[in-house]
Design a protein around this ligand. Structure first.
Ligand SMILES: [Mg+2]
Length: 170
C-alpha cells in the first residue's frame, strides 16, 4: 500500500518530462492535473511553455486528458479547451473515478497511462491505486502560498524514496 504514495518519476516541471520517458515505458496516454501542474492558480489559461510541451508529447503519438479536482467547471473547461483535450472536474482524486474515466475516454488501458501532478496524496495516490504510472512535479507557483510549502514538507519523504528508486532503475 505504501507503493500508492511513491511516484514512478520525479521532475522539476511538467515541461521537463521528455517524450522518451513515456515511450520507453509503453505509455500511450497521459492524465494531466491542471492546478500548479499545467498552470499556476493565478493563471487563467495554460502558459505557452505547457502548450508547447503538450504539442511535442502529442506529436509523439501520446494522447492526453485532464483530470482535475477543481470544483469550478469554468476554469477546467477553459484550460482544457486551450489545450484541446477532454476533461473531468471534481474528480475527487485519490478516487479512481477520474482515472477510469480517462482510460475509457482515451481507449487505453490504465497500465498504459501515466498521470502527472503536483500532489502525492491526490494525483500520485489516485494514479497508483488505479494501476497507472505516476509522475510528480514541483508545484508551479508554490511560493505564492504558505500552506503549499507546509504540504510539501509532508510529501518530501515520499519524493525522496521515489528519487532513489528512479536512480536505481537508471
Ligand atoms: Mg495540482
Amino acid at each position: 500500500m505504501l507503493d500508492w504514495f511513491i511516484p514512478d518519476g520525479v521532475f522539476r516541471d511538467v515541461t521537463d518530462i521528455p517524450e522518451s520517458w513515456f515511450l520507453s515505458r509503453g505509455i500511450e496516454g497521459i492524465v494531466l492535473d491542471i492546478d500548479n501542474t499545467i498552470a499556476k492558480y493565478s493563471e487563467m489559461l495554460p502558459p505557452k511553455s505547457s502548450l508547447d510541451w503538450l504539442g511535442r508529447i502529442r506529436d509523439a503519438g501520446i494522447k492526453a486528458v485532464v483530470v482535475s479536482n477543481n470544483k469550478h467547471s469554468g476554469r477546467v473547461q477553459k484550460m482544457s479547451e486551450a489545450m484541446g483535450v477532454r476533461y473531468i472536474y471534481r474528480a475527487s482524486k485519490p478516487s479512481k473515478k477520474g482515472f477510469e474515466w480517462a482510460a475509457k475516454a482515451m481507449g487505453i488501458p490504465l497500465k498504459k497511462i501515466a498521470a502527472i501532478g503536483d500532489q502525492i496524496f491526490t494525483d500520485i495516490c489516485g494514479a497508483k491505486r488505479s494501476g497507472c504510472y505516476a509522475v510528480i512535479v514541483y508545484p508551479r507557483g508554490i511560493d505564492e502560498n504558505f500552506l503549499f510549502r507546509l504540504r510539501r514538507a509532508v510529501e518530501i519523504p515520499f519524493i525522496s524514496v521515489a528519487r532513489k528508486k528512479v536512480e536505481r532503475e537508471k
